[in-house]
Design a protein around this ligand. Structure first.
Ligand code: HEC
Length: 162
């Protein structure tokens, strides 16, 4: 568990060094390029199974796997009547690390990420209603995945609490 987290952080920082070395100023230009490119692709990404390479996962894919494991743990704790502590479940900034398909990095993706982050924080701001806010957070996973990566939806739809 801890090992994987360290690996994810390592991978994430390598990515940053890599992008920094590739000329920081041209970053904004690249962004507009990719967002126009992705107009046709629209909801492409990992709805297509072949884009998800399970043997050579990118940092974003690794973080997503970590997020599923965390959600499973949250769910189990809530089911057994325990409260969730924010220090045990830090928010993973998945939107800052390299995805398998760079076309996903467009404004709508970042807006979905922002809404997801808000709903994640809301769980810890509502200690008395954590089950409800946990389910709202999972809804945000679903919302983004409906647009960008429909492959894991089956898995994600098992996460809500009754
Ligand atoms: C803002 C959009 C967004 C949100 C929110 C989001 N995801 Fe993802 N998710 C993605 C994208 C894009 C990928 C593809 C990442 C890649 O392949 O690099 C992905 C990949 C995944 C994968 C596949 C990882 C693999 O093994 O390749 C799983 C599982 C997953 N997400 C689960 C979740 C869960 C659970 C949540 C909520 C706790 C969540 N996602 C929230 C966009 C999102």
């Amino acid at each position: 568990m801890k090992k994987l987290l360290v690996l994810v952080i390592l991978l994430a920082s390598t990515f940053f060094v890599f992008t920094a070395c590739n000329g920081g100023e041209s970053k904004s230009e690249n962004k507009t390029e990719t967002s126009t490119d992705s107009l046709e692709l629209d909801s492409a990404s990992c709805s297509n199974e072949t884009i998800m390479d399970p043997n050579n996962p990118k940092p974003m894919a690794l973080m997503m796997r970590e997020m599923v494991k965390n959600a499973d743990k949250m769910r189990a704790k809530l089911e057994s009547g325990e409260n969730l502590d924010s220090s045990a479940f830090p928010f993973l900034r998945f939107y800052l690390v390299e995805p398998t398909d760079p076309n996903v990095l467009e404004p709508q993706f970042f807006e979905n990420a922002r809404l997801f982050q808000e709903s994640y924080k809301a769980i810890f701001a509502h200690q008395q209603e954590q089950k409800k806010y946990y389910n709202l957070m999972i809804n945000r996973c679903v919302k983004c995945h409906e647009s960008y990566c429909s492959g894991p939806l089956k898995r994600i739809r098992k996460l809500p609490l009754n």
